[in-house]
Design a protein around this ligand. Sequence first.
Ligand code: NAD
Length: 425
Amino acid sequence: MPTALDKEEILPKNNPWQQALGQLQGVAQKINLEPWIYDRLAHCKRSVTVSMPVRMDDGSIQTFEGYRVQHNLDRGPAKGGLRFHHEVTLDEVKALAFWMTIKCAVVNIPYGGAKGGIVCDPKKLSRGEMERLTRKFASEISFLIGPDKDIPAPDVNTDPQIMAWIMDTYSMNIGYTVPGVVTGKPINIGGSEGRREATGRGVAVATFEALKTLGRDIKGSRVVIQGFGNVGSNAARTFIQMGAEVIAVSDWKGGLYDKNGLDIDDLRLYKKDGRSIADYPRAEHLSNAQLLECPCDVLVPCALQGQITKDNAQSIKAEVIVEGANGPTTPEADRLLRERGVLVVPDILANAGGVTVSYFEWVQDLQAFFWNADDVNRKLTDIMTRAFAEVYAISRREQVDLRLAAYILAIERISKALLVRGIYP
Ligand code: NAD
């Protein structure tokens, strides 16, 4: 009998919205969710598709399509990133918005979930084209976004500069400066200290707590990290500060291994010049496939979705997997790992540090009063630690894995908000 979240066999594999609905169905069965609440969560509150003619550098006009989806607003304004990718679809954006609703509820920050996407290949756009496209999109969705309504943030292929253009366009249209309309902005226009490092730092805090439940100390633990971008490299740095040894890391090109622990600061410096860490000369080299199967205590996937599959799940030697990336473990692999007793800390908990510090950024913008990095990091650690403890308690009480426990916690929180607010009119 498949458990609640094992829907891979019965749902189309390549439709993320179907996958999200499958997860919702599974949790609904487990907690006897009222049918009208299930229906509410099985529908997105608003899905907007816009078409955007943009003047290209060569004088031609190209029309792009973009989406902004607000999945749920019952716990607060909608929150979620904006991705630029040539394969973005409305169903993908709907699923990502649903997962944002869940993630915000897991860490108990007062937001619903949203996501946005523009179908484009950013590698083929000049900086000027990118700016015109971003500003056009911001204008098209300006009726939908705002600090009390929906607050975009960076995601795949979008960065603080793109957030600055959105903030500026929105502010120009409304006639005054509104820093709280986006998060992940540059610090000099209302961004937060610690936002860039937040997801990786949160991943390390979740790992610390997971090891504690096994009676293990993070000091001296051997950690392997797939992906050395924003999340992976910042997680690596925090692991070292906590006394762990990061023995292997990788990027898209390949991996590095040192049984005595890699010099992460040196690697970050090496990468700064635009070089791939796979070319780093002062460590052994290994492939991404070998990296995932390396003997270690903790494996931290921080690259792409679908990296841990039924084909490699049996060969993974880590006792704990902490999902820095979104969706790195397929449902089938998840089941195999659970059967083997591997503790998996799910993405909706493990990588929630990013949206948590986005929340801090929004609070600081609304108050026009800014915190220092120590304040941000302390509050981030408090929220991640508390969320982990709450999810862990449910997993013990219900005898389920941490992923299902996190879904139960989130959907119970959203249901409570819905029940107390009632139906209008
Ligand atoms: P990034 O682009 O900064 O880094 C991605 C890293 O993965 C790069 O080092 C890249 O070389 C590597 N990579 C790509 N393909 C790979 C492959 N096949 N094998 C090994 N490594 C590969 O992205 P990021 O912001 O660090 O995001 C990583 C993951 O974390 C994504 O799944 C993202 O959705 C998720 N996430 C990010 C944040 C955030 O705040 N940045 C928050 C929550 C979740």
